[in-house]
Design a protein around this ligand. Sequence first.
Ligand code: SF4
Length: 292
Amino acid sequence: MNIEKEKRAIEYLRAFEPKTEPYYLCYSGGKDSDVIRILASLAGVKHDIVHNLTTVDAPETVYYVRSIPGVRIDRPEKSMWQLIVEKGIPPTRIARYCCASQKERGGSGRVKITGVRKFESVSRAANSGLVQIIGKPVTVEKAAKAQEVEYEKTPKGGILLNNDNDASRRFVEHCYRTTSTMVNPIVDWTNGEVWEFLRYYGCRSNPLYYEGFERVGCVGCPLGGSCSMRREFNRWLKFKALYIHAFDRMIERRRERGLPTVWNSGEECFAWWIGDDPDQLSIDYDEEWYRQ
Ligand code: SF4
């Protein structure tokens, strides 16, 4: 096990602990979030463990999350099925509108602990640091400069701090109420390091990993790609039926609004959606409506 990385992660968590309230620990029920849950407890920092249901959660993940003591489970305002009908298109890698409202909601004005790791994706590598701060870009940068904090800008807006020195700590303390502030203590951990840590602390994590699943959250997440979607819908047939039903209602709603549609039925839309490259098809949708 990488003892140095473990020690460092514990130090980071202690360094950025908010003075006035507990951390908001984003717990997905996956292995990375198990690591941060254990680290927060080792660090002895105050934290609320929160799991956001998305309504398309793998049942095994829901049971696993329920088995962890002290987890608060929050429900979204709308189900994924309602969201699909409202947005008028299925969620895709490009139009991943569901993440913001289903998975990443909550914890506003709190310092969050996340299990984000750079090794997971190229986009995460570019947007991840020890601390990530997203707020009004000009204001945040101005404040960082005024407090002489070393920072990097991310391609998607926001700034990254990669030190836990006094300036960074003061800065986080100073501005977290007005920004979205995330502490990512395992940002540079590899997959192997994650599993070694969990084994050492006797955590087997989500049972779906032992069936070969790499993603254990939403069933049919488009971010997993075609193969993973097919595999998941073969395993959880009820979700396939629910998606087809939602696509049927989505098509009906598009017609009611006078929008063109390339699909004649939910089944057809589903077949396209889990096809090889759904993002290649351009969908003529009403921008304004989509942004609602
Ligand atoms: S389905 Fe995928 S993109 Fe949508 S909320 Fe779940 S993880 Fe995010």
